[in-house]
Design a protein around this ligand. Structure first.
Ligand code: GLC
Length: 443
């Protein structure tokens, strides 16, 4: 079979996956393992949908925003209705924040960057739809800066590994070790290990801690400020920090485009604060931006794929960027495909375990966008080519072993299909090298 024919078939397969996972205006990540709408998944899925149906792509984002709580948070999962295949479902979260039935934590705020990208690519005609989402996005960013920034801490934080989207990355070990399992924790039955290989999923002890945090939120009526200041887990994540900084820049672009001067001034303040405090994450021992336990000040020891998002965030410290590139080159020499989620030189690296090593397409997409804007087009293009290779080799998995390219965990995965269509496929029209020309938007 010729390469082009294979690529053509993969385009068709990707389209079929997005259609199959469509639940009427929103797209689930994959059937059974993740049967609801997930926050940042939808943002990346919309990028893929826009390659063949712009209206449906906007719809994906509009339905995500429908889940917004009264305090501005856009939740990490929007349930709409229960599904016995999933734990923890709405009866465990018991949120009461308005909006739709949803979880009580958020996920990395990619949304505004996708809206800005669409507004740039689709021209003036798309501005009405972008404008209709503007207030919701502003309220959500304000929520991060107000409710997820603990008193006395200079940067935005997170209260749950699931909120980071990098669920059981070893980055969270310090925070998890510093917390206790609630002795009153109700008995529960995991569903994830019925749908995926348990050796690639989190341990039972980790799961008990995840549910302990949910119980704390529930016991405190989902008062997010209390959960942030007094909850069992409090870490600062370079992933959320860099993604939010980038999204703030993209929201600022949109605010100016829409003539929203008051909002623009508020956003400028957030950006200035973040730029002034990025060094909070700088782990001088490692020479990289790393996660940190806020209460003890302790740094995570590892270079993760979130460390590599500093370019995407528009960080300009050349010494720190050079050190980051040196790490990426060291890691690339040890793995074969793309940016792994964890450092292969550490004992905690596992090439196929959930966030302890695998390559994730959405992280590689953002990292490459940042590298291209920084002028590192060869590295950016290699990330795209590597994603193409692993998908050609293994198909549309949730993530991939960065050493041998085999597919891991969920199959028929929506964001993998979406980013194939928008980026990795030979027929996609958005080489990362063109990222240079746009100052804003996720290119
Ligand atoms: C897993 C991932 C998370 C993703 C979700 C749905 O929980 O860690 O990032 O959003 O699956 O795909």
């Amino acid at each position: 079979m010729s390469h082009n024919l294979e690529a053509h078939n993969l385009d068709e397969e990707a389209l079929a996956i997005l259609k199959k996972n469509d639940r009427g205006g929103f797209t689930i990540p994959t059937a059974r393992l993740y049967p609801f709408q997930w926050n940042w998944d939808s943002a990346f899925i919309a990028i893929g949908l826009a390659t063949f149906d712009q209206d449906r792509a906007w719809r994906e984002l509009e339905l995500l925003v429908e889940g917004q709580a009264r305090d501005g948070m856009i939740p990490h999962i929007i349930f709409r209705k229960d599904d016995s295949d999933y734990f923890p479902g709405p009866s465990v979260w018991q949120t009461n924040g308005g909006g739709l039935s949803a979880s009580g934590i958020s996920q990395p705020p990619v949304l505004a960057s996708v809206v800005a990208k669409f507004a740039q690519e689709q021209g003036e005609g798309s501005l009405d739809r972008a404008a209709a989402l503007f207030d919701a996005m502003l309220a959500w960013h304000r929520w991060w800066h107000r409710d997820r920034t603990p008193d006395g801490c200079p940067v935005v934080c997170t209260v749950h590994p699931w909120e980071t989207g990098r669920d059981n990355c070893p980055d969270w070990n310090i925070g998890m070790n510093n917390m206790a399992i609630d002795p009153q924790l109700e008995a529960y039955q995991r569903k994830d290990i019925e749908h995926a290989d348990p050796s690639q999923r989190p341990s039972h002890e980790q799961y008990d801690k995840y549910i302990t945090i949910v119980k704390f939120g529930r016991d405190h009526g989902w008062d997010q400020k209390v959960l942030t200041n007094d909850g069992p887990f409090l870490m600062a994540d370079p992933g959320i920090f860099f993604i939010l900084l980038r999204a703030d820049r993209d929201l600022l672009w949109l605010a100016r485009k829409l003539g929203k001067d008051v909002a623009a001034a508020e956003i400028e303040g957030w950006i200035a604060d973040a730029e002034a405090n990025a060094d909070y994450f700088w782990n001088a021992d490692v020479g990289a931006y790393c996660a940190r336990d806020v209460r003890t000040g302790e740094f995570s020891e590892g270079f993760s794929n979130a460390s590599a998002l500093c370019f995407y965030a528009g960080i300009k410290d050349q010494t720190r960027l050079a050190s980051t590139i040196a790490h990426m080159k060291r890691i690339a020499a040890k793995t074969r495909f793309g940016q792994s989620s964890w450092d292969p030189d550490l004992a905690s690296f596992e090439s196929q375990r959930y966030w302890c090593g695998p390559l994730w397409c959405q992280m590689n997409y953002m990292i490459a966008a940042g590298l291209a804007e920084h002028g590192e087009t060869d590295m950016a293009d290699k990330m795209r080519d590597d994603l193409r290779s692993v998908i050609e080799l293994s198909g549309f998995y949730e993530c991939f072993d960065p050493v041998d390219g085999s597919g891991c965990i969920g199959t028929d995965f929506s964001w993998t299909a979406a980013l194939w269509l928008a980026w990795a496929s030979p027929s996609s029209v958005a080489p990362t090298a063109s990222g240079q020309e746009a100052a804003n938007g996720l290119n």
